[in-house]
Design a protein around this ligand. Structure first.
Ligand code: NG6
Ligand code: CA
Length: 490
C-alpha cells in the first residue's frame, strides 16, 4: 500500500504525530474586551480575530496573576509565583528569578527536540544576585532556562535599560560607551523626568520620572549605551522582525516561539503608520499595532507553509489598565470602549478583569475552526499542556494537562482556578470567592478597583459575570467550601 493511502486510514491524531510547532503570542496588558472577536468595536483586530475564526476562542481563560512578572513566572515554570518570594513586578536590574535547575516550559520542549526561542518582553530578571554588568555577556539569561534563542528587552518598555539583549548580549553596544543602570540614584548631569519635564514628548502622570530616554521618562536611571537605545516607535517592527526571523531559521525543526509583545503596555508610542488608527488615542492605536504583529507571524507561517501544523495561542499577561503612568489620552479618549469586556476591575485587581484575558488557539491540523469554549483554563497549565501536545516528558508543580480543553475536544477545563493580585482569590465552578482584604479598594493612581473589601466577597459568575452582587451572607456554606479549597492550594 502506498504511504498516502495508508495515511488516509490513520486517525488525525497519528498524522499529526509530526510534532506541531507552538507559537505563544503573549500581549502585555491586553484586556478581554480589547479585541474585536470579544466584542470591541472602537478597535479592530482582524489578525487576532482570524485566529479565533480558524480556531477556538475561550471565554474563561485566565492569566495566573494580575501583573506581569508573576504571570510570566507561572507561565514558564508551571509553579504559582506566589509560592516563591521576590516574584512581584521586577525592576530592570533584578536577578533572574527562575532557578536554572527548575523545570521550565521551554526546557521541556527543548528536551523533546524543539528549537525554542523568546522574543520581546522578558521581565523575569537577568544575571545573578551580584547584579548585571550590561557590558559583558550575561550568563543567566533566558538561554539559561531552556531557550535556544532570545532577543528581549530586560524588563518593560517603561523601565531602564532601554536596550535589546540577544542571547545575553546587549545589541549594538559600543564598548566605548558602556551602560550603567541604577534604580536608586540618578547619574549627575543627566536629565530626569522631573528636571526636564517640559521637554518630554510624552508626559508622565505618576512615576516614570527618572531617566529620560527617547524623550520619555522611565522607571530607573541609566547612562551610556547611546547607540544601543531602542526607539519606542520602532519596537513593534523590531520584535516582529525577530519573531519572523526565528520562525524562518527554525522551519525545519519543530519549534516553540514565545513572542511576548510590548503592546499595549505603557509607554504607548505607536509607529507613525498606526497613529490615529482608532479614535482612542495611543492606547487604541497600539492595540492595532499589536494586532499587526500577530499578522506578521501568521503571514510567515502561511508563507513557509507551516500554518497547518502550528499551534498558535494568543493571550495576555494580565487585564487592562487605562492610565498606567503617562498622560497619553487613554482616559480622555476611551469613549464607550470596555477594555475588560463585561468584567469588573482590570490590571492589579482580584476581580475577573485582572486575570480573565483573551485566550485564543488555532491549530488547523487538530482544532475545529470557529468554536467558542467556556472551559475554564489557566496559563498555569500551559507548561504541562504544551508538553503533552509536544510529546514531552515533564512535570511541573501546579500545572495540569488541559490539552483536551485547549484543542476543543472537551468543554471540561479546571474545576478551580486561582487568581492572584497581592492576595489570592478562587473560582470554583461558577462561584468566585475573594477573601476579606485590608488593602485599598481602589488604586488612586490607575483608578482600578482592586477587589479588596473588609469582608469576604462571593459572586455567582453564571448570573453575575460583572461581580456586582456580593452573595456571601446568603451562602455561608459556599464561602466555607471555597475558603477551604483556597487553603488547600496555598
Ligand atoms: C508599575 C508601574 C506601571 C507598570 C507596572 C508593571 C509606576 C507608577 N507604575 O509599578 O507603569 O510598569 O508597574 O506592569 O511606576 S507589568 O505589566 O509589567 O506588570
Ligand atoms: Ca502586563
Amino acid at each position: 500500500m502506498k504511504l498516502t493511502a495508508l495515511l488516509s486510514f490513520l486517525p488525525l491524531a497519528l498524522i499529526a504525530a509530526e510534532k506541531p510547532n507552538i507559537v505563544l503570542i503573549y500581549a502585555d496588558d491586553l484586556g478581554f474586551g480589547d479585541v474585536s472577536c470579544n466584542g470591541a468595536t472602537a478597535v479592530q483586530t482582524p489578525n487576532i480575530d482570524r485566529i479565533a475564526k480558524e480556531g477556538i476562542n475561550f471565554t474563561a481563560g485566565y492569566a495566573t496573576s494580575a501583573t506581569c512578572t508573576p504571570s510570566r513566572f507561572s507561565l514558564l515554570t508551571g509553579k504559582y509565583a506566589w509560592r516563591q518570594e521576590g516574584t512581584g513586578i521586577l525592576p530592570g536590574d533584578a536577578a533572574l528569578i527562575i532557578d536554572p535547575a527548575q523545570p521550565t516550559l521551554p526546557g521541556a520542549l527543548k528536551k523533546a527536540g524543539y528549537r525554542t526561542g523568546v522574543v520581546g518582553k522578558w521581565h523575569l530578571g537577568l544575571g545573578g544576585q551580584e547584579g548585571v554588568n550590561w557590558n559583558q555577556p550575561i550568563e543567566r539569561s533566558p538561554n539559561a532556562v531552556g531557550f535556544d534563542f532570545s532577543h528581549i528587552m530586560a524588563a518593560t518598555g517603561d523601565r531602564v535599560p532601554c536596550v535589546y539583549v540577544e542571547d545575553g548580549k546587549v545589541v549594538n553596544l559600543d564598548p566605548a560607551d558602556p551602560i550603567e543602570v541604577s534604580y536608586k540614584t540618578p547619574f549627575p548631569g543627566l536629565p530626569t523626568g522631573v528636571s526636564h519635564r517640559q521637554d518630554l514628548k510624552l508626559d508622565w502622570s505618576h512615576g516614570h520620572n527618572m531617566a529620560v530616554i527617547n524623550g520619555i521618562g522611565r522607571i530607573g536611571y541609566m547612562k551610556g549605551g547611546t547607540k544601543a537605545l531602542w526607539k519606542d516607535e520602532d519596537m513593534a517592527d523590531h520584535f516582529s522582525a525577530q519573531a519572523v526571523r526565528f520562525i524562518r531559521e527554525s522551519k525545519d525543526k519543530p519549534f516553540f516561539l514565545y513572542f511576548a509583545l510590548h503592546d499595549p503596555h505603557v509607554p504607548r508610542v505607536p509607529h507613525p503608520r498606526f497613529v490615529g488608527k482608532t479614535t482612542m488615542g495611543p492606547r487604541g492605536d497600539v492595540i492595532v499595532q499589536a494586532d499587526w504583529q500577530v499578522g506578521e507571524v501568521l503571514k510567515a507561517l502561511d508563507e513557509l507553509r507551516l500554518a497547518e501544523n502550528t499551534l498558535v495561542v494568543l493571550t495576555s499577561d494580565n487585564g487592562p489598565v487605562i492610565d498606567d503612568g503617562y498622560k497619553d489620552e487613554a482616559v480622555k479618549e476611551l469613549g464607550t470602549h470596555k477594555p475588560a469586556g463585561p468584567f469588573r476591575g482590570g490590571k492589579y485587581s482580584l476581580y475577573e478583569g485582572g486575570t480573565r484575558v483573551p485566550t485564543i488557539a488555532r491549530w488547523p491540523a487538530r482544532v475545529k475552526p470557529g468554536k467558542t469554549s467556556a472551559a475554564v483554563i489557566s496559563q498555569i497549565d500551559f507548561p504541562k499542556t504544551f508538553a503533552a501536545i509536544a510529546g514531552a516528558e515533564a512535570s511541573f508543580p501546579d500545572s495540569h494537562d488541559l490539552s483536551a480543553a485547549l484543542l476543543g475536544e472537551s468543554e471540561k477545563g479546571r474545576d478551580e482556578v486561582i487568581e492572584h493580585a497581592g492576595q489570592l482569590a478562587i473560582r470554583s465552578g461558577d462561584w468566585k470567592f475573594i477573601p476579606a482584604g485590608q488593602g485599598a479598594k481602589r488604586s488612586k493612581a490607575t483608578d482600578t478597583e482592586l477587589g479588596n473589601e473588609p469582608t469576604g466577597q462571593l459572586f455567582d459568575l453564571s448570573k453575575d459575570p460583572g461581580e456586582k452582587t456580593n452573595v456571601a451572607t446568603a451562602h455561608p456554606e459556599k464561602v466555607a467550601e471555597l475558603k477551604a479549597k483556597l487553603e488547600a492550594v496555598r
